[in-house]
Design a protein around this ligand. Structure first.
Ligand code: HEM
Length: 241
């Protein structure tokens, strides 16, 4: 019951964030266009970052708690979702850099860009560390190295949730600030677009709280018909991971 409930709450926030971001871009920001000097190229940025981090990375982070599968299977699912998330993150970052470079807008000046870039770098390091140390890319990574790295990987993964919330919320706020400079948009008069974007930020913050709750309060799920196998796997896991 605990697993189903926590997964439902997680899905509610993750799916709402994706739908709200796509709806926002389609309804209020002229949709998506990957073209030179086009303002709509930027629009891939918020949606792809939310798809990559909130939806995909979120699912990968909770894999070990929620799925009733054996540890090894979860390990591959965790890695595969993270690799897919990385593709979305790279395209999302390329979109904003292309938009800035095409229109001669300076890069990396804002607090959001600093928080965002730190989030992307830590995510990339997590991916590199996870694939190389846990997925046996470098055959025979020593047990002591795995044992030392594992708590760091788990702690950094949990902290990533916090970084993602901070990056998304500062990004949304910054975009609202830019829109506020146009004579047709007044944020302080609470237009529907402003309410939608505020709600999106709130949903992402609640998503973050749900992920942390799952990581802290939900035990790892084990398949009922695999107890013996699990016990021996866990013993093996304690030695190698
Ligand atoms: C975890 C999610 C996100 C990450 C990691 C992230 C990362 C970044 C990075 C690294 C930049 C700098 C690009 C450059 O300087 O050329 C940037 C720019 C920007 N991002 Fe995000 N972003 C995220 C989500 C969002 C969201 C949801 C929005 C909402 C619209 C947004 C809005 C912006 C804006 C307006 C800029 C251009 C201005 C600036 O450089 O600060 N970002 N983002």
């Amino acid at each position: 019951m605990k697993y189903v409930l926590s997964l439902l709450v997680f899905e509610l926030f993750a799916i709402t964030a994706v739908i709200a971001s796509i709806y926002w871009i389609q309804k209020y920001c002229n949709g998506f266009k990957w073209e030179d000097k086009s303002h709509e190229t930027f629009n891939y940025h918020p949606v792809f970052m939310i798809l990559g981090f909130v939806f995909l990375m979120g699912h990968s982070v909770i894999t070990f708690r929620i799925l009733p599968l054996r540890h090894r299977a979860k390990k591959y699912i965790h890695a595969a979702i993270n690799l897919l998330a990385f593709v979305f993150v790279v395209v999302g970052i390329m979109a904003v850099f292309k938009f800035h470079n095409d229109l001669n807008i300076p890069n990396m000046y804002s607090l959001h860009s600093w928080l965002g870039m730190t989030t992307v770098i830590i995510f990339s390091l997590q991916l590199l560390g996870g694939v190389s140390i846990f997925q046996d890319l470098f055959k025979g990574a020593k047990d002591e190295i795995r044992a030392t790295y594992k708590p760091l990987h788990v702690a950094a993964g949990t902290a990533m949730t916090l970084f993602v919330v901070a990056s998304v919320c500062t990004g949304l706020q910054e975009k609202m600030g830019f829109k506020d400079k146009s004579p047709t948009f007044k944020y302080s008069s609470m237009p529907p677009e402003g309410l939608l974007v505020n709600t999106l930020g709130l949903v992402v913050m609640l998503w973050g709280a749900t992920v942390i709750w799952i990581l802290v309060a939900v035990e790892k799920r084990t398949p009922v018909d695999h107890y013996e196998e699990i016990e021996s796997e866990q013993a093996e896991e304690q030695v190698v991971n």
